[in-house]
Design a binder for this molecule. Structure first.
Ligand code: HEM
Length: 509
């Protein structure tokens, strides 16, 4: 992916020329107005013309930006050409912004590709905060991701987790190596497909492979989108418009097929067991509140937002558990005493497994799979006494915040017990407040991740099954924990592969 991103010389050249022209325009007509008398946060040294662009394009940008904050401070003013950026790397400043400016930063100002299903103008993730976004968010929470909707769809996830267990058991019996990310990807895709369209994608007719291929392709766009968002220019997107339109057409073909099939079933079977979310969306289409393309664009967003993030979280957390034998032992003790040895761990068990919950949280703290969150200030304001101009891009470095040595003890170590109430001193309320301040793998505020509850349940359940049922043999004596370069989501450089050895056999799953 790094290669894809850096070798595109022709596009880069056109891009730089266009940016230069826009910079001249911007500096002549805009900057003069905003600079006079403003008191900006500190700014590290920048390069002529491009400003701090090289830092944002760097291969592992969240780490580069973290180092920058160690050197120059937690609140920095950066610029890319003449577009201003506010970089936040401390929990207390992020908290202040999310609390006092939540509405002001509730739009991302992402550039969109007109007519595209993927990051097009109908995208939920890219939508400005407003009536459309609120309508879709309400539908999503009520019918898909809110606590009650999750309770209603529990059966879907239970069946898929059982299938996941059986697949790994098959491989274990054949002494085959398992790609944890690959298996997790199949599971998450099936779950999200069933929750959205009422059925999983078939492995047999290549449908599942198609979805995975599209998601991999989409992933390769994400860093470009991030940079385009920061530049606040649609010209960034126009450079890869053709590629984007191609992917969008493939998504359209697949989703149209799903929708037509779903509607045919609705007509044929009166008691069709479908998808609650799709039923409501199709009704909104019939009422003229949204279009068919809104439905497809939302599904693309949900596939993209829910897959890689969760799959990488499962992979990193498993890698940490296998590398820390004491954590593995303690997890097994907890699961053994709460769930026992006669049945497979289920989602319903999670509230009674605080250590497992701590392990999942700690995995996301050390490896937040979406490490940089971009937003945009719709209006000028003051942050810690500094001026922030209207339309400044806000970048919150979740990675830096959750490894801040000022507020986390041994920030680089995997210590799930830090999330257990018994290891804390002081009042519960104080702890809750402190956690909101410093633990934000899902972002925060009204544009924070709506899938956090779902992510916690599927990551917790899958990790629980892998720990309860198998020992994991790795190649060599240590797992390589390096991060992949060039990816926007935090990915393992060497995908985790190990051989499962059955510990407990459940015949009745
Ligand atoms: C471990 C898994 C996940 C992680 C680490 C994660 C992280 C994030 C982060 C950091 C954001 C940006 C929040 C902000 O701007 O403050 C986000 C947004 C979003 N996430 Fe997640 N996410 C995960 C799983 C999911 C799942 C399972 C879904 C849905 C099925 C989902 C749907 C979304 C959507 C739709 C948005 C955009 C929200 C908006 O713009 O209003 N995510 N996620």
């Amino acid at each position: 992916m790094a290669a894809m991103f850096t070798v595109d010389f022709q596009n880069c050249f056109i891009f730089i020329i266009l940016c230069l022209l826009s910079t001249i325009f911007y500096s002549l007509f805009v900057v003069r107005k905003t600079k006079a008398g403003s008191d900006l946060p500190p700014s590290p040294p920048s390069l002529p013309i491009i400003g701090h662009l090289h830092l944002l394009l760097s291969l592992v940008s969240h780490k580069r930006l973290q180092r920058l904050s160690f050197k120059y401070g937690p609140l920095l003013h950066l610029r890319v050409f003449s577009a201003p950026i506010l970089l936040v790397s401390s929990a207390s400043i992020a908290y202040e912004i999310f609390k006092a400016q939540d509405l002001n930063i509730s739009t991302r100002n992402l550039s969109t590709n007109e007519g595209s299903l993927f990051f097009g103008s109908l995208s939920f993730i890219a939508a400005p905060y407003g009536d459309n976004w609120k309508f879709m968010k309400k539908l999503m929470v009520t019918n898909l991701l809110g606590p009650q909707a999750l309770e209603r769809s529990r059966g879907i996830r239970k069946d898929e987790v059982n299938r996941f267990y059986s697949d790994i058991l098959d491989k274990a019996m054949r002494k085959e190596s398992v790609g944890i990310g690959e298996e997790a990807m199949k599971l998450i895709n099936n779950i999200i497909c069933k929750m959205l369209i009422g059925r999983s994608c078939s492995e047999e007719n290549g449908e599942a492979e198609k979805v995975r291929g599209l998601l991999a392709k989409t992933d390769s766009f994400l860093k470009k989108f991030f940079v385009a968002a920061i530049l606040r220019m649609s010209l960034g997107i126009s450079l890869f418009k053709k590629e984007l339109t191609g992917v969008s057409l493939r998504y359209n073909e697949l989703l149209e097929k799903f929708l037509v099939e779903y509607e045919e079933k609705l007509d044929q079977e009166h008691h069709h067991q479908g998808s609650e979310m799709l039923d409501v969306l199709l009704e909104a289409c019939r009422d003229g509140k949204i279009t068919r393309n809104h439905v497809k664009a939302l599904f693309v967003d949900l596939f993209v937002a829910s897959t890689d993030t969760t799959v990488h979280a499962i992979e990193w957390t498993m890698a940490e558990i296998i590398s820390n034998s004491k954590v593995l032992e303690r997890l097994r003790e907890e699961i053994g005493s709460v769930v026992g040895e006669t049945r497979l761990i289920q989602e319903m068990d999670l509230p009674n497994l605080p250590y497992l919950q701590g392990v999942v949280k700690e995995g996301l703290r050390l490896h937040p799979t979406a490490p940089l969150v971009p937003r945009s200030f719709q209006e000028g304001c003051k942050i810690r006494g500094f001026d922030v101009a209207e339309k400044t891009t806000l970048v919150v470095n979740l990675y830096a915040i959750m490894r801040d040595p000022e507020i986390w003890e041994d920030p680089d170590e995997f210590k799930p017990e830090r999330f257990l109430a018994s290891s804390r001193s002081g009042q519960e309320e104080e702890i809750a407040r402190e956690e909101i301040l410093k633990y934000i793998p899902f972002g925060s505020g009204r544009r924070g991740c709506p899938g956090a509850n779902l992510a916690y349940v599927y990551v917790g359940n899958v990790i629980g099954v892998m720990v309860q049922c198998f020992d994991w043999k790795i190649q060599g004596d240590k797992i390589n924990m390096n991060e992949a370069v060039g990816a926007l989501s935090l990915t393992m450089a060497h995908p985790l592969k190990c051989v499962p050895v059955p510990r407990t056999l459940f015949s009745s799953v």
